[in-house]
Design a protein around this ligand. Structure first.
Ligand code: SF4
Ligand code: SF4
Length: 122
């Protein structure tokens, strides 16, 4: 990823496709997907690169849990605590648009919009 200080993960099933985050993003790295979620909305989607971690989209979004912003993605990636092996691990991106990473310690996929269930070292 180039120039990406931050990272944004959209929980597509919580998104109503209102586009407020798309309009609010100062660096224009969000758009609405061409696909639909199970509620029939086209959810917001990250371009996969360029997020600064500013958090504007998070504050613009009316849907709790739809937007997760990692303000310092580089640090978060190397401070991930593996829930299976209980060790400090690291994350590698599998799909930056869908917000899916892999835990390097156990190999399991991690949903990055599920931040309340993820742990990071200080
Ligand atoms: S955190 Fe800022 S730069 Fe990143 S997607 Fe949201 S509004 Fe755009
Ligand atoms: S502001 Fe929230 S609900 Fe609206 S499109 Fe963006 S993520 Fe979806």
């Amino acid at each position: 990823m180039t120039n990406a200080r931050g990272f944004v993960a959209i929980n597509v099933e919580e998104c109503k496709g209102c586009k407020l985050c798309v309009t609010a993003c100062p660096v224009d790295v969000l758009h609405l997907a061409e696909s639909f979620n199970t509620h029939g909305y086209s959810p917001a989607e990250y371009e996969g690169d360029g997020c600064t971690g500013c958090g504007v989209c998070y504050y613009a979004c009316p849907e709790p849990g739809a937007v997760t912003v990692y303000k310092n993605w580089a640090e978060a990636q190397v401070a991930y605590i593996c829930q299976n092996k209980k060790v400090i691990s690291s994350l590698s991106l599998v799909d930056p648009i869908k917000g899916i990473a892999k835990c390097e310690a156990c190999g399991e996929q991690v949903i990055l919009s599920n931040i309340s269930n993820l742990s990071f070292a200080e």
